[in-house]
Ligand binder design. Structure first.
Ligand code: RIB
Ligand code: CA
Length: 301
């Protein structure tokens, strides 16, 4: 299997953490760098959490760079309720790999200029603020990105911030707008797909029973994901759908839609509108949730 060279931009966050563990565990990925930003929780915590996950996998070789501490223009949205005060539901992790000097955007630009054009895939697991900064300050580098796969938005599913708005895009609508305008090879994985990939308490038990430390930690992370939702039968695995789609695109039926980002101030901020005048984006509108969950668990075994 050839390893796909990937960069991960993330705001861990419990589901981000699962996605990062999958990228670290699966032989199909060559992780070339991790960049962080504020989103689920503040930048200091998301960066420490990303560093702790790299330390868990013994990956001190992977460059880690901190990025945006706030959205381009707006005040953020506080989601600590879901991900806990430390952003990872109190799950124990090793001392983090420290972030390296230099901003996320500087690191991304240098890496993209150094690597062959089109060779790197960017996995966006949080708000799109870092990518928007890259597009604005280093457009030549942004054009060298092979493809972007981003968890974000909702098309027909109800939102998780506003009635029809999803957290990553609602956190920084202007960033999402800049990314859609940049005409990158962008695939969006919205709630329409991610809500179909659901972990149950059986998933927790399966992962806690595997031999690999990464798999066991994934079990602890999903268990923590239930702490705030003790009455729920299952929990949606939003961010893991991004690496899962790269491994098995056939599990995520997609269409090209012309989309516009709502830049209003109200509850529709960050909402995606299907609009003939919008920008063409590949959108995963569904998922074979059972097969995707099996792939996640088997990859972490
Ligand atoms: O709406 C789901 C997204 O918001 C995920 O990336 C999750 O980590 C939260 O940031
Ligand atoms: Ca996230």
């Amino acid at each position: 299997m050839t390893r796909l060279p990937v960069l991960v931009d993330t705001d861990p966050g419990l589901d981000d953490a699962l996605a990062i563990l999958l990228v670290l565990a699966h032989p199909g990925f060559a992780l070339r760098g991790v960049t962080t930003l504020a989103g689920n929780i503040g930048l200091e915590r998301t960066t420490a959490n990303a560093g702790a996950l790299l330390a868990l996998a013994g990956r001190h070789d992977v460059p880690l760079h901190a990025g945006a501490g706030a959205p381009l223009m707006r005040a953020g949205v506080d989601e600590a309720a879901i991900h806990g005060a430390d952003g990872l539901g109190g799950v124990a992790l090793p001392v983090p790999v420290p972030a390296r000097t230099g901003s996320a955007v500087h690191f991304l630009a240098e890496m993209l200029r150094a690597e062959p054009a089109g060779s790197l895939t960017l996995l966006c697991l949080g708000p799109l603020t870092n990518l928007a900064h890259l597009i604005r300050t280093a457009p030549d580098a942004a054009r060298r990105i092979g493809r972007v796969v981003a968890m974000g938005g909702t098309i027909r599913e109800p939102g998780n911030v506003g009635p029809m708005s999803e957290f990553n895009l609602a956190f920084d609508p202007e960033a999402a707008d800049a990314v859609l305008r940049a005409a990158l090879d962008l695939t969006l994985v919205p709630l329409d797909a991610t809500r179909r990939v659901r972990a149950s308490r059986d998933t927790v038990a399966s992962l806690l029973a595997v031999a690999s430390p990464l798999g066991q930690k994934a079990g602890e992370i999903i268990r923590a994901y239930f702490l705030d939702a003790a009455t729920r039968e299952s929990r949606p695995l939003h961010d893991p759908c991004v690496p899962l789609l790269l491994l098995r695109p056939d599990l995520f039926p997609a269409q090209t839609l012309r989309l516009r980002v709502d830049l209003s101030e109200g509850p529709d901020a960050g909402r995606l509108h299907v609009d003939p005048a919008g920008h063409p984006v590949r959108v995963a509108l569904g998922a074979d949730g059972e097969a995707a969950l099996t792939l996640l668990v088997e990859s972490l075994r």
